[in-house]
Design a protein around this ligand. Structure first.
Ligand SMILES: Cc1ncc(C[n+]2csc(CCOP(=O)(O)OP(=O)(O)O)c2C)c(N)n1
Ligand SMILES: [Mg+2]
Length: 722
């Protein structure tokens, strides 16, 4: 008869426990047996998937073999649907321990439409389960760290703000966020950014690093200075560190218990460095015999967590060999049945390929976002600049929706609260967020470190739990460190999670040239890099009024938006407007006819709108040519109907844009016009754009590199004469 509860000897585990406080470790035999059942189930799923892949019944396989012990041990201290989880692909046992089923894992492997993690969009072991607070994982290594920080931070901020808390869903006082990854992924800069912010804000994030010694074929000593990630991280303040043998359930249990305890008590983040093994090569696309010696591989076999746990249970007399054999056999039956059932499930039908790219309930294209006709202009007030109206829109929206947080570099008035009373406030290098911190407090308006991926990654983590981040990237020229987060994380969130999660984040970005001296790194364009990213929406207003209306829509809609604010247009007198009212919205995909004309159409946006208007005036006065100007306002989606209507009238098209000519935004417009409106055209589609060059600092060079009014005039004349 096995006693139901026993205290295991504290000297049982291997590994370094110097920093693990407390020795009393109570585990029931039932728990230990459950650990074993989950571990053999996890290995059984991997083995079954490998067979299915060889039979071409699944399409990819990556295993959790060797990582089972740390997985079940850490999960024992965590609370699904209470804590939050950012997992990685070797966390099959962990996810089973949190409550997922073998059937659900197989549904993803066979790419079933009913796969609850992604609806057949993602490879196997890309876990996602909103019922358990397992957020959607993607494939890039290391992108999950900053999102986990944002998730923990979102909970913390909401916990302190009753209005926000009431709107964002469940927030638990003692919740923690688990984020896991391999040791190789810690070489990504975002790991260090995440540790930095987690420690700065003392957030309850548990970093679980499952160190199997290899990142595909690259061994840890090539990856990590000194060969130990916990050693490298040891000087972060308030970071609790525990090392353990991740193939030993007891050692793993103790280390993760201490780490969870630290986080739950609000003492800051923790890092568990678990030494695991990787007995099955990196994935089925890899053969480790190409780079590992026979001796090394055999030595690793000695540490197989399944063998070790089985022996432990026998040594402790928790179960007999016969009982363990039966558990294994039952697990195999359950796995086989789950696989068979999943194999009968159909893949998504072809007509569903594009579903879930964008919100179906609140996309920015919907009529609910068109209040343009009922603007409530305050007749008595002065016209305001684009900076003023964007600032007012942000303030109005923050007042309306307590879920909105605003952050980025320099966006706060003054990070030091003691300074806040005495100073005027910074509020952004362009002053667009000026006064918002004073008005809404430092929990909702705050500065980030100088790290662009940090801003977007955290925003995605906050959005996953219901906050509405409106962040600023200081200059478009410096958005690139965040591009991985924007393209692979933000834009894919809805699609890859089958709409279980979304990411309604607005990224405001000062953009563009014509600064006279902006140079290479303060003049950049490149909108097409974002319009080429499915899942994103992109806007580029050319005047203060449109900026107000488009930003309000961007904030209220459920899709992620890149909101390009042209720096050159920020304070121009010619584009000012009166305040249009708190509900003034312009939907995306609705162009504006900036000038009516009958001889040719100029399709344009941003700073080229004014240049086209000036050129059209010259052409009208000097040549009698009347150009119609279509200001697109939103670049993705764009208003093809407005273009078509104009082209059917004028039969000639010039596309004018600020990106470099080749592969730039207008190239696609020109191609669409040529393709869809060919029979309406009396002349070839012409383009005016920047030279395929950086914008040089010398004003004389800037002038020839960026398209100018005379260039547009010349193109109008040429096109009209064709
Ligand atoms: C950003 C990025 N670069 C490269 C890859 C390809 N890749 C997938 S897994 C992997 C190795 C990861 O090693 P590690 O973090 O140690 O995890 P392990 O697979 O060993 O568990 C690489 C290079 C990727 N998915 N993402
Ligand atoms: Mg590794």
């Amino acid at each position: 008869m096995v006693p139901d509860t026993r205290t295991l000897p504290p000297d049982a585990p291997a590994g370094d426990r110097r920093k693990v406080p407390g020795d009393g470790l109570a585990l029931t035999s039932t728990q230990l047996i459950e650990f074993y059942r989950l571990m053999v189930t996890s290995r059984g799923i991997d083995d079954r998937e490998i067979t299915l892949k060889r039979q071409n019944k699944t399409f990819f396989q990556i295993s959790s073999a060797g990582h089972e012990a740390i997985g079940v041990a850490v999960a024992a201290h965590l609370r699904p649907a209470h804590d939050w989880f950012y997992l990685y692909y070797r966390d099959r046992a962990l996810s089973l321990a949190l409550g997922q089923t073998p059937y659900e894992h197989f549904l993803q492997a066979v790419a079933a439409e009913s796969d609850p993690a992604s609806g057949g969009r993602q490879m196997p072991c890309h876990f996602c389960d909103p019922r358990l607070n397992i957020t959607s994982m993607s494939s890039p290594t290391g992108t999950q760290f900053l999102q986990a920080v944002g998730c923990a931070e979102g909970g913390r901020r909401a916990a302190g703000l009753p209005d926000m808390r009431a709107r964002v869903g469940q927030v638990e006082e003692d919740e923690i966020v688990l984020v896991s990854a391999g040791e190789g992924a810690t070489s990504e800069g975002e790991f260090w950014e995440a540790l930095n912010t987690a420690c700065t804000l003392k957030l309850p994030v548990l970093f679980l690093i499952e160190d199997n010694g290899y990142a595909i074929s690259v061994p840890v000593e090539v990856q990590t200075a000194g060969g130990s990630i916990s050693g490298l991280a040891s000087s972060f303040p308030d970071l609790f560190i525990a090392k353990c043998d991740g193939t030993d359930v007891i050692d793993s249990y103790k280390a993760s218990r201490a780490a969870v305890h630290h986080c739950r008590r609000g003492r800051g983040p923790a890092l568990v460095h678990a030494y695991t093994i990787r007995p099955y090569s990196h994935s089925m696309s890899d053969d480790e015999r190409a780079y590992r010696t026979v001796e090394e591989r055999f030595a690793e076999e000695e540490r197989d967590p399944l063998t070790r746990t089985r022996q432990l249970l026998l040594d402790l007399k928790v179960a007999t060999a016969g009982q363990l054999d039966r558990i294994e056999a039952e697990a195999q039956v359950a796995v086989r049945e789950a696989a068979t059932e999943a194999l009968g499930q159909p893949q998504p039908p072809p007509e569903r390929a594009l579903v879930n790219l964008y919100s179906e309930t609140a996309p920015p294209t919907q009529p609910q976002f068109d209040t343009e006709g009922s603007a409530a202009f305050d007749r008595g007030s002065k016209p305001l600049t684009m900076v003023d109206l964007v600032n007012r829109c942000l303030g109005d929206e923050m007042e309306r929706d307590p879920r909105i947080v605003v952050f980025g570099q320099d966006v706060a008035d003054a990070s030091r609260e003691e300074a806040l009373e005495q100073v005027q406030g910074k509020g952004g290098v362009f002053k667009v967020t000026h006064g918002l911190q004073k008005r809404f407090g430092s929990e909702r308006v705050f500065n980030s470190p100088l790290a662009e991926a940090n801003i977007v990654g955290r925003a995605i983590g906050m959005a996953a739990r219901g906050l509405r981040p409106v962040v600023e990237i200081q200059f478009f020229d410096y958005i690139w460190p965040a591009f991985m987060q924007i393209r692979n994380e933000l834009a894919t969130m809805r699609y890859r999670s089958n709409s279980a999660f979304d990411a309604p984040v607005v990224i405001r970005v000062p953009f563009g040239g014509y600064l006279t001296g902006g140079g290479i790194y303060h003049s950049q364009t490149g909108a097409s890099l974002f319009t080429h990213t499915p899942g994103l929406r992109v806007a580029l207003p050319s005047n203060a009024l449109d900026a107000s209306g488009l930003l309000r829509t961007a904030i209220r809609c459920d899709d992620p938006v890149i909101f390009l604010e042209h720096k050159h247009l920020y304070r121009q007198v010619y584009n000012k407007s009166r305040e249009p009212g708190r509900d003034f919205m312009i939907p995306f995909g609705k162009a504006r006819i900036a000038r009516e004309g009958s001889d040719l159409t100029i399709v344009t946006c941003g700073a080229l709108v004014k240049r086209s208007l000036d050129a059209a005036r010259v052409a009208s006065q000097k040549d009698g040519i009347e150009a119609e100007i279509v200001d697109l306002r939103s670049l993705s989606p764009f208003d093809m109907d407005a273009i078509a209507t104009s082209v059917r009238k004028t039969n000639r098209v010039l596309v004018a844009y600020e990106d470099g000519l080749s592969w730039g935004y207008g190239a696609e417009i020109a191609a669409r016009v040529a393709d869809q409106l060919f029979e309406w055209l009396d002349a070839p589609v012409r383009r005016i754009a920047s030279r395929d060059c950086w914008v040089a600092y010398a004003p004389q060079l800037e002038e020839v590199i960026l398209p100018q009014v005379p260039d547009v005039v010349a193109a109008i004349r040429e096109l009209a004469a064709f």
